[in-house]
Design a protein around this ligand. Structure first.
Ligand code: FBP
Length: 345
């Protein structure tokens, strides 16, 4: 990109007619500023006193590391001075009300995938912004289509900000010297048909029939119904997987499975699946549970989990087609009849 476009100048130019334009820009800038400081801390790791040690468990029983709590404090501090009515963070049991009259609500995973840090693998911040409803807390229980912007930051070899805003997806990279994000790709479109999948295959024995059938077809390669030799990736870091899909396509699956505690998958609807689904759809991809579009789902509880299958249009459509061909009551069936009906229609 020839012209040097900073996040701020990009937001200044964008969407003059969008409701809450200035408020949305202030929230995005607040999160971006905090992420620059967080990127420094993550890069220094143990040198900055980040031990990676467990500090406790969050309200949902997930292990919390010291860096999770520091990231949560940094994001909250940044959002306190922005027009936000309430924040729902992965690290707190309930939404925190900041200013009931402010126009926006934010759901945030301040540091996703912190278990990867000890190995120096990319981690990230995921955020979802929605207009405040009449009742502040109920805002979080509206469907994902209520989001007005969303995105994520990847703390990796580069610090990358992916932003779904104004109906499209743009990518920025942190200029570390100038301490500002610069636009590197605008109006990103996900390749519609990349033969690549990402799933934690160690859980195969726990998967339900439709997921097993889809992955088996991918593994069958050019001779299978998928008609292509598929590549596989699994980083175990949602932000890194999502960025890869934006860059080169493919499908990511974290399905529900038969393990205790995974009946609704692992990932959280409000601050993982909803924002990623907005990013995918606005970049021309798709996101589903296998049976329902993620953006049409409403959370029943703040930390509700949901199966998430997202990425290239063709791959997500194929997974959904297999689910359609199998009645939900047979999801857990091993019978080949149920596992094979309706593949890749
Ligand atoms: P946290 O929300 O606990 O950080 O976990 C999320 C996550 O790390 C995702 O980034 C990743 O996709 C997934 O968990 C990996 O799960 P698993 O270890 O079961 O493969």
């Amino acid at each position: 990109m020839d012209e040097r476009v900073t996040l701020r100048s990009h937001l200044d130019r964008a969407g003059a007619k969008t409701p809450n334009r200035l408020a949305i820009a202030a929230v995005i800038e607040g999160i971006a500023a905090a992420s620059i400081d967080l990127a420094d801390l993550i890069a220094d790791g143990p040198l900055a006193g980040i031990t990676g040690r467990l500090s406790g468990v969050n309200s949902d029983g997930d292990a919390q590391k010291d860096i999770d709590l520091v990231a949560d404090r940094m994001m909250r501090r940044a959002l306190l001075v922005t027009p936000v009515a309430a924040i729902l963070s992965e690290e707190a049991e309930l939404p925190e009300i900041l200013d009931v009259a402010a126009p926006l609500c934010v759901a945030i995973d301040p540091l996703d995938g912190s278990a990867n840090l000890e190995n120096n693998i990319s981690v990230g911040t995921i955020f979802s912004i929605r207009p405040r409803g009449n009742d502040v807390v109920s805002t979080f229980f509206e469907p994902g289509t209520a989001q007005c912007a969303a995105g994520f930051v990847v703390y990796g070899p580069q610090t990358t900000l992916v932003l779904a805003h104004n109906g499209r997806v743009d990518i920025f990279i942190l200029d570390r010297r100038a301490r500002e994000f610069l636009l590197v790709a605008q109006g990103v479109r996900i390749a519609p048909n990349t033969p690549e999948f990402a799933i934690n295959a160690s859980n195969r024995r726990h998967w339900h029939g439709p997921v097993r059938a889809y992955i088996d077809e991918c593994l069958a390669g050019i001779g299978g119904n998928g008609g292509a030799d598929f590549n596989m990736r699994w980083i175990g870091s949602l932000v890194a997987e999502s960025l890869r899909i934006l860059v080169r396509g493919g499908v990511f699956l974290y399905p529900a499975d038969a393990r205790p505690g995974y009946r609704e998958g692992r990932l959280r609807l409000l601050y993982e699946a909803h924002p990623m689904a907005l990013v995918m759809e606005w970049a021309g991809g798709s996101a589903t549970t296998g049976r329902r579009r993620i953006l049409e789902l409403s959370a029943r509880t703040p930390h509700q989990r949901v199966p998430l299958i997202m990425g290239s249009m063709r791959g997500v459509r194929d997974v959904a087609a297999i689910h359609e061909g199998i009645e939900p009551m047979f999801d857990n069936s091993d019978a080949p009849l149920f596992a094979r009906r309706g593949l890749f229609r």
